[in-house]
Write a protein that binds this ligand. Structure first.
Ligand code: SAM
Length: 217
Protein backbone atom coordinates (compact mmCIF):
# COMPACT_ATOMS: atom_id res chain seq x y z
CA UNK A 1 0.00 0.00 0.00
CA UNK A 2 1.30 3.45 -0.89
CA UNK A 3 1.11 6.12 1.87
CA UNK A 4 0.49 9.61 0.54
CA UNK A 5 3.24 12.05 1.78
CA UNK A 6 0.57 14.29 3.36
CA UNK A 7 -0.51 11.34 5.57
CA UNK A 8 3.03 10.03 6.22
CA UNK A 9 4.11 13.01 8.38
CA UNK A 10 1.39 12.68 11.09
CA UNK A 11 1.90 8.91 11.07
CA UNK A 12 5.63 9.30 11.69
CA UNK A 13 4.93 11.79 14.50
CA UNK A 14 2.52 9.31 16.07
CA UNK A 15 5.09 6.48 15.91
CA UNK A 16 7.78 8.74 17.42
CA UNK A 17 5.46 9.88 20.24
CA UNK A 18 4.57 6.24 20.96
CA UNK A 19 8.26 5.25 21.08
CA UNK A 20 9.01 8.24 23.36
CA UNK A 21 6.18 7.29 25.76
CA UNK A 22 7.34 3.66 25.84
CA UNK A 23 10.91 4.74 26.62
CA UNK A 24 9.63 6.95 29.47
CA UNK A 25 7.56 4.10 30.91
CA UNK A 26 10.45 1.65 30.80
CA UNK A 27 12.83 4.20 32.41
CA UNK A 28 10.25 4.63 35.20
CA UNK A 29 10.02 0.87 35.64
CA UNK A 30 13.84 0.60 35.76
CA UNK A 31 13.97 3.30 38.45
CA UNK A 32 11.22 1.59 40.48
CA UNK A 33 13.10 -1.71 40.37
CA UNK A 34 16.43 -0.17 41.33
CA UNK A 35 14.91 1.72 44.31
CA UNK A 36 13.15 -1.47 45.40
CA UNK A 37 16.47 -3.35 45.23
CA UNK A 38 18.21 -0.60 47.22
CA UNK A 39 15.52 -0.67 49.96
CA UNK A 40 15.77 -4.47 50.17
CA UNK A 41 19.58 -4.23 50.52
CA UNK A 42 19.21 -1.58 53.23
CA UNK A 43 16.71 -3.72 55.12
CA UNK A 44 19.46 -6.31 55.71
CA UNK A 45 21.23 -3.67 57.84
CA UNK A 46 18.16 -2.60 59.77
CA UNK A 47 19.39 -4.00 63.10
CA UNK A 48 22.54 -1.88 63.08
CA UNK A 49 21.02 1.25 61.50
CA UNK A 50 17.84 1.35 63.62
CA UNK A 51 15.58 2.05 60.65
CA UNK A 52 11.81 2.18 60.69
CA UNK A 53 10.12 -1.02 59.51
CA UNK A 54 9.14 -1.28 55.83
CA UNK A 55 5.43 -0.87 56.70
CA UNK A 56 6.32 2.26 58.66
CA UNK A 57 8.28 3.60 55.70
CA UNK A 58 5.28 3.00 53.48
CA UNK A 59 3.05 4.71 56.05
CA UNK A 60 5.29 7.80 56.16
CA UNK A 61 5.27 7.86 52.36
CA UNK A 62 1.47 7.67 52.24
CA UNK A 63 1.05 10.29 54.95
CA UNK A 64 3.18 12.85 53.09
CA UNK A 65 1.01 12.34 50.01
CA UNK A 66 -2.29 12.33 51.93
CA UNK A 67 -1.43 15.58 53.72
CA UNK A 68 0.13 17.19 50.62
CA UNK A 69 3.14 18.17 52.75
CA UNK A 70 5.85 19.94 50.75
CA UNK A 71 8.24 21.18 53.43
CA UNK A 72 9.43 18.18 55.42
CA UNK A 73 11.96 17.80 58.22
CA UNK A 74 13.39 14.61 59.71
CA UNK A 75 15.55 14.43 62.83
CA UNK A 76 17.66 11.25 62.89
CA UNK A 77 18.60 10.20 59.35
CA UNK A 78 20.74 7.14 60.06
CA UNK A 79 21.63 5.69 56.63
CA UNK A 80 18.67 7.36 54.90
CA UNK A 81 16.13 4.53 54.83
CA UNK A 82 13.13 6.54 56.06
CA UNK A 83 14.43 9.58 54.13
CA UNK A 84 14.11 7.55 50.91
CA UNK A 85 10.46 6.71 51.67
CA UNK A 86 9.78 10.37 52.48
CA UNK A 87 11.77 11.61 49.49
CA UNK A 88 9.87 9.39 47.04
CA UNK A 89 6.56 10.84 48.26
CA UNK A 90 7.91 14.40 48.11
CA UNK A 91 9.11 13.78 44.56
CA UNK A 92 5.54 12.93 43.59
CA UNK A 93 4.09 16.11 45.04
CA UNK A 94 6.99 18.49 44.41
CA UNK A 95 8.26 18.89 47.97
CA UNK A 96 11.63 18.77 49.72
CA UNK A 97 13.10 17.10 52.79
CA UNK A 98 15.77 18.31 55.20
CA UNK A 99 17.14 15.55 57.40
CA UNK A 100 19.61 15.84 60.29
CA UNK A 101 22.14 13.24 61.46
CA UNK A 102 24.78 13.62 64.17
CA UNK A 103 27.06 10.79 63.04
CA UNK A 104 29.37 11.80 60.15
CA UNK A 105 29.62 8.15 58.99
CA UNK A 106 25.85 7.69 58.87
CA UNK A 107 25.32 11.08 57.21
CA UNK A 108 27.80 10.05 54.49
CA UNK A 109 26.08 6.68 54.09
CA UNK A 110 22.71 8.42 53.81
CA UNK A 111 23.98 10.79 51.11
CA UNK A 112 25.28 7.82 49.16
CA UNK A 113 21.99 5.91 49.46
CA UNK A 114 19.90 8.96 48.58
CA UNK A 115 22.03 9.51 45.48
CA UNK A 116 21.51 5.85 44.49
CA UNK A 117 17.75 6.39 44.87
CA UNK A 118 17.95 9.46 42.59
CA UNK A 119 16.93 11.76 45.47
CA UNK A 120 20.16 13.72 46.00
CA UNK A 121 18.56 16.97 44.82
CA UNK A 122 15.34 16.49 46.76
CA UNK A 123 16.77 15.62 50.18
CA UNK A 124 19.31 17.75 52.04
CA UNK A 125 21.30 15.86 54.67
CA UNK A 126 22.64 18.13 57.40
CA UNK A 127 25.36 16.66 59.57
CA UNK A 128 25.05 17.96 63.13
CA UNK A 129 23.26 17.85 66.46
CA UNK A 130 19.54 18.11 65.74
CA UNK A 131 18.96 20.08 68.95
CA UNK A 132 21.22 22.82 67.58
CA UNK A 133 20.24 22.52 63.90
CA UNK A 134 16.48 22.60 64.69
CA UNK A 135 16.99 26.03 66.29
CA UNK A 136 18.79 27.31 63.21
CA UNK A 137 16.33 26.03 60.57
CA UNK A 138 13.86 28.63 59.47
CA UNK A 139 10.66 26.71 58.81
CA UNK A 140 7.73 26.57 58.55
CA UNK A 141 7.45 22.79 58.09
CA UNK A 142 4.33 20.86 57.05
CA UNK A 143 5.75 17.52 58.12
CA UNK A 144 8.13 16.88 61.03
CA UNK A 145 9.37 13.36 61.75
CA UNK A 146 11.37 12.96 64.97
CA UNK A 147 13.47 9.79 65.12
CA UNK A 148 16.71 10.88 66.85
CA UNK A 149 17.91 10.67 70.47
CA UNK A 150 15.25 9.63 72.97
CA UNK A 151 14.64 11.35 76.28
CA UNK A 152 15.30 14.86 74.95
CA UNK A 153 12.15 15.05 72.89
CA UNK A 154 10.54 17.86 74.85
CA UNK A 155 13.33 20.13 73.61
CA UNK A 156 12.49 19.14 70.01
CA UNK A 157 8.83 19.89 70.70
CA UNK A 158 9.54 23.32 72.23
CA UNK A 159 11.80 24.33 69.35
CA UNK A 160 9.71 22.92 66.51
CA UNK A 161 6.13 23.57 67.58
CA UNK A 162 6.41 27.28 66.55
CA UNK A 163 7.76 26.10 63.17
CA UNK A 164 4.90 23.67 62.45
CA UNK A 165 2.53 25.11 59.84
CA UNK A 166 -1.26 25.15 60.43
CA UNK A 167 -2.54 21.78 59.15
CA UNK A 168 1.01 20.42 59.51
CA UNK A 169 1.86 17.12 61.21
CA UNK A 170 4.49 16.12 63.75
CA UNK A 171 5.38 12.47 64.31
CA UNK A 172 7.53 10.81 66.96
CA UNK A 173 8.73 7.27 66.26
CA UNK A 174 8.93 4.63 69.05
CA UNK A 175 6.04 6.25 70.93
CA UNK A 176 4.72 2.87 72.09
CA UNK A 177 7.80 0.84 73.01
CA UNK A 178 9.59 3.82 74.53
CA UNK A 179 6.56 5.74 75.77
CA UNK A 180 7.99 6.01 79.28
CA UNK A 181 11.28 7.48 77.98
CA UNK A 182 9.41 10.23 76.13
CA UNK A 183 6.57 10.74 78.60
CA UNK A 184 7.02 14.54 78.84
CA UNK A 185 6.96 14.89 75.04
CA UNK A 186 3.84 12.72 74.73
CA UNK A 187 2.12 14.70 77.48
CA UNK A 188 3.00 17.95 75.70
CA UNK A 189 1.60 16.88 72.30
CA UNK A 190 -1.54 15.44 73.89
CA UNK A 191 -2.23 18.55 75.94
CA UNK A 192 -1.36 21.27 73.44
CA UNK A 193 -4.58 23.16 72.59
CA UNK A 194 -3.69 23.49 68.90
CA UNK A 195 -2.85 19.81 68.37
CA UNK A 196 -4.93 16.72 67.74
CA UNK A 197 -2.83 13.70 68.72
CA UNK A 198 -3.18 9.94 68.37
CA UNK A 199 -0.81 7.08 69.11
CA UNK A 200 -0.83 4.47 66.38
CA UNK A 201 0.92 1.36 65.20
CA UNK A 202 1.20 -0.07 61.72
CA UNK A 203 3.37 -3.01 62.79
CA UNK A 204 1.55 -4.04 65.98
CA UNK A 205 4.99 -3.90 67.55
CA UNK A 206 5.96 -0.25 68.05
CA UNK A 207 4.49 2.93 66.59
CA UNK A 208 4.20 6.67 66.31
CA UNK A 209 2.64 9.63 68.01
CA UNK A 210 0.93 11.60 65.25
CA UNK A 211 -0.11 15.19 65.92
CA UNK A 212 -1.81 17.60 63.56
CA UNK A 213 -1.86 21.33 64.15
CA UNK A 214 -5.37 22.71 63.75
CA UNK A 215 -5.92 25.36 61.15
CA UNK A 216 -7.15 28.70 62.49
CA UNK A 217 -11.00 28.73 62.56
C1 SAM B 1 16.55 5.45 65.02
S1 SAM B 1 17.87 6.06 64.07
C2 SAM B 1 17.07 6.88 62.73
C3 SAM B 1 16.51 5.92 61.72
C4 SAM B 1 16.00 6.57 60.48
N1 SAM B 1 14.99 7.58 60.76
C5 SAM B 1 15.40 5.52 59.59
O1 SAM B 1 14.30 5.02 59.92
O2 SAM B 1 16.01 5.17 58.57
C6 SAM B 1 18.37 7.42 65.08
C7 SAM B 1 19.50 8.24 64.48
O3 SAM B 1 19.55 9.48 65.16
C8 SAM B 1 20.88 9.88 65.28
N2 SAM B 1 20.98 10.85 66.39
C9 SAM B 1 21.03 10.61 67.72
N3 SAM B 1 21.09 11.77 68.40
C10 SAM B 1 21.07 12.75 67.48
C11 SAM B 1 21.11 14.16 67.55
N4 SAM B 1 21.17 14.80 68.73
N5 SAM B 1 21.08 14.86 66.40
C12 SAM B 1 20.99 14.23 65.20
N6 SAM B 1 20.96 12.91 65.07
C13 SAM B 1 20.99 12.17 66.19
C14 SAM B 1 21.64 8.58 65.51
O4 SAM B 1 23.01 8.72 65.16
C15 SAM B 1 20.87 7.61 64.61
O5 SAM B 1 21.49 7.48 63.36
Amino acid sequence: MKVHPIHAAPLAALVLAGAWLLRGASAQEERRKSVEKLLAEMEKLRGSRYNVAREEGRFLNMLVKMTGSRRALELGTSNGYSAIWLGLALEEIGGRLTTVEISPERAAEARENLAKAGLADRVRVIEGDAHKVARELEGPFDFIFIDADMGNDLDYFNVLMPKLSPGGVMLRHNAIRYASTMRDFLEAVKRHPELDTVILSVTMDDGFSLSRRRKAP
